[in-house]
Design a protein around this ligand. Structure first.
Ligand code: NCC
Length: 276
């Protein structure tokens, strides 16, 4: 299989991936009593467009980065799961425009998803590892974690906060982009929140800076910047095809190579700026 160049990969991503979210008119949800809790419109029609966006991974190498000011200077900032800003402002900034959470975080007692103030600012977006078919009814009957129960509960408690659920088709379309551009078969698990969020921001922003997805010179086995837990698998992947995701992002990077080493920074163009 020929290796596609960066611009070709970017165009594939733009054309073959549809950043869609669930709306209240989708079957099987439309016939359920809580359908009206789902947004009426797509995330991409309600949010943005933003000029510049920052995607802040939760990597341990964010620690002592001093990137906080730079991150906050973007028009929109995306964070993941339980990643805090309080106490880490100097390294990760304090602005949170969107938070992308996986269904495990929504469901596990430890994360106190329903009650912690960590989740209650900005726009929430959730996703769940769905069956490969991406069929909504099949998924609804067999979610990985109880994403819909938790969604309904959360919406009751925070009815005014915008809260989207990614369409399972999206995660598998991104997965397919990785697989089609790798020589070997990759594990059939969805991409990490990091890559899903990056592609989502490319559909909302003119330019996207991703921090510490490709580790800088601060690379460490510290899993998260906010926890004293060490595991190289956080950076290299186990369940998620993380190493392949990173390879793909490296090929799409339009910023200088040096930015990775010094700032852990990748520069990606928004889909709307691409002429494919
Ligand atoms: O760790 P996690 O991700 O919340 O990190 C968010 C994204 O940052 C990138 N990352 C993180 C750490 C690191 N050392 N290097 C990185 O590049 C990745 O792109 C990652 O997606 C997830 O993807 O949702 C994940 O969530 C955790 C966990 O569920 C939550 O943190 C809540 O505790 C998963 N860990 C486990 O299941 C144990 C992780 O595999 C992926």
């Amino acid at each position: 299989r020929p290796k596609l160049s960066g611009p070709k990969l970017l165009c594939q991503m733009k054309i073959q991936v549809d950043v869609s979210t669930l709306t209240s008119d989708f079957q099987p949800f439309s016939s359920l009593p809580w359908a009206s809790q789902l947004p009426l419109k797509q995330l991409t029609s309600n949010l943005g467009p933003y000029k510049s966006c920052a995607v802040v991974t939760s990597a341990g190498s964010m620690r002592s980065s001093g990137l906080g000011k730079e991150i906050d200077s973007h028009d929109a900032v995306l964070r993941f799961n339980a990643a805090p800003t309080s106490g880490y402002e100097n390294d990760v900034g304090s602005k949170t425009t969107i938070r992308l959470v996986n269904s495990q975080v929504m469901a596990s007692e430890a994360h106190r998803f329903l009650s912690s103030s960590l989740y209650s600012s900005g726009t929430l977006v959730a996703w769940d590892p769905a069956p490969f078919s991406a069929d909504l009814t099949q998924w609804f009957n067999r979610t990985d974690y109880p994403i819909f129960t938790q969604y309904q509960r959360y919406r009751m408690l925070h009815p005014m906060q915008p809260f989207y659920i990614l369409h399972p088709r999206f995660e598998w379309q991104v997965w397919q982009r990785i697989q089609d551009n790798m020589a070997e078969p990759i594990q059939k698990n969805p991409p990490s929140s990091g890559l899903l969020g990056t592609v989502m921001m490319m559909s909302l922003c003119e330019v996207v800076h991703v921090y510490e997805f490709l580790p800088s010179r601060r690379k460490t086995e510290l899993c998260h910047y906010y926890q004293r837990f060490f595991d190289a698998a956080c950076t290299l992947g186990a369940y998620h095809p993380l190493l392949y995701e990173k390879n793909l992002v490296k090929r799409m990077n339009q910023g200088p190579e040096r930015d990775i080493y010094t700032h852990g920074r990748i520069t990606l163009p928004g889909f709307n700026t691409l002429n494919c």
